[in-house]
Design a protein around this ligand. Structure first.
Ligand SMILES: Cc1cc2nc3c(=O)[nH]c(=O)nc-3n(C[C@H](O)[C@H](O)[C@H](O)COP(=O)(O)O)c2cc1C
Length: 328
């Protein structure tokens, strides 16, 4: 599939996730096989105010490419300014969030609110497309709720105004991040538009990933919570799709080594205390298959400094607990 000059063969993307897909996690997922990564969503209003948070979220490294900076907002002029500021950093593309369910975001006519006002969505996104040279992609949902599934008309409209690719989170706004996904809309979208369609929602195993590619005819897939739970899912999925069988289970030792690397990256990019504290959300993902995972996690949660955590992980590395292989 193509996004501007990018040519990607059935890519597996890491979903943009606020407070999760910071630079350190993106680098780890990239090294484990993610083909596209995105920034956390950046508020257009925050960007215009030059808020530290917004500017920090936009930083990325060359080795992360291809990367999209994702922006959100409900005011066309602010979105255009935010897109221009993003363009100065030369990401590979700019992604517009038209799917966030969170009340605070919807209240600003942003995120999933755009699904309630397709005319605003069209005006706002077309304003951005016309204002930047970079390709503009969109991430949205099936619709606001099951009685208002608008995704086919939305896809047609987005193609017409020049959007380069569309990611569809196959849930409604009402469902937030949980509940059943409905992939059956994807072939209907594919029938009507030529732009690449990336499927998102509920992809938590290599088998589901392969099934989504086969059953929907999509051009790419995107993994969110499945990557928090298992950052190795990108590598495992590629192996499964190439070989038709699952790879050897990831050893606990490798999990610890990757976790240490991830934690160190977090500290390098955020400073020690913040890097350690913000890393805490990842303990479960790396440790859940360990015997005594809950105990290990609660011990690690006590620390705000790097060294004692690394010491404890090293002890774990050389203990029997890490020798036991786990099932995927
Ligand atoms: C903690 C968290 C933060 C998220 N932040 C964003 C975001 O910044 N931008 C966005 O487009 N979607 C965001 N999402 C939605 C995900 O990108 C994705 O669409 C959703 O989790 C469904 O995919 P999954 O079932 O693979 O997790 C977030 C989801 C989670 C769980």
């Amino acid at each position: 599939m193509k996004i501007g000059k990018l040519n990607l063969d059935r890519p597996i993307a890491l979903a943009p996730m606020e407070s999760v897909t910071d630079l350190s996690f993106r680098l780890i997922c990239k090294q484990l096989g993610a083909d596209i990564v995105y920034s956390e969503f950046v508020s257009s209003e925050g960007l215009i105010r030059k808020s530290d948070k917004a500017l920090r979220k936009m930083q990325f490294l060359e080795e992360e490419r291809p990367i999209g900076i994702q922006i959100y907002g409900g005011i066309e002029s602010s979105m255009i300014t935010a897109a221009k500021i993003s363009q100065e950093l030369s990401p590979d593309f700019i992604d517009i969030n038209a799917g966030c369910w969170v009340k605070n975001v919807v209240k600003q006519n942003a995120g999933a609110a755009l699904l309630k006002d397709i005319l605003l969505m069209e005006k706002l996104i077309s304003g951005v497309v016309l204002s930047v040279q970079l390709p503009v992609t969109v991430k949205t949902r099936l619709g606001w709720d099951t009685d208002n599934i608008k995704i086919v008309e939305v896809a047609k409209m987005l193609e017409t105004i020049g959007v380069a690719a569309l990611t569809v989170h196959c849930r409604t706004r009402v469902q937030a991040h949980k509940g059943d996904v409905d992939y059956s809309w994807i072939p209907k979208i594919k029938e009507k538009v030529k732009i690449p369609i990336i499927v998102n929602g509920g992809i938590t195993t290599p088998e589901i990933a392969a099934r989504v590619f086969e059953s929907t005819g999509c051009d790419g897939i995107m993994i969110g919570q499945g990557a928090i739970n298992n950052p190795f899912i990108f590598r495992e999925t590629k192996y499964y799709m190439q070989n038709g069988e699952l790879p050897q289970p990831i050893s606990l030792n490798e999990k610890i080594e990757v976790m240490k690397k991830h934690l160190k990256l977090s500290v390098i990019h955020k400073g020690e205390k913040r890097g350690v504290i913000e890393f805490r959300k990842h303990y479960s993902g790396y440790l859940h298959s360990f015997p005594n995972a809950a105990r290990i996690r609660s011990e690690l949660m006590k620390f705000t400094e790097l060294e004692p955590i690394l010491d404890n992980l090293d002890k774990l590395l050389h203990s029997d607990e890490a020798e036991i292989s786990i099932k995927l």
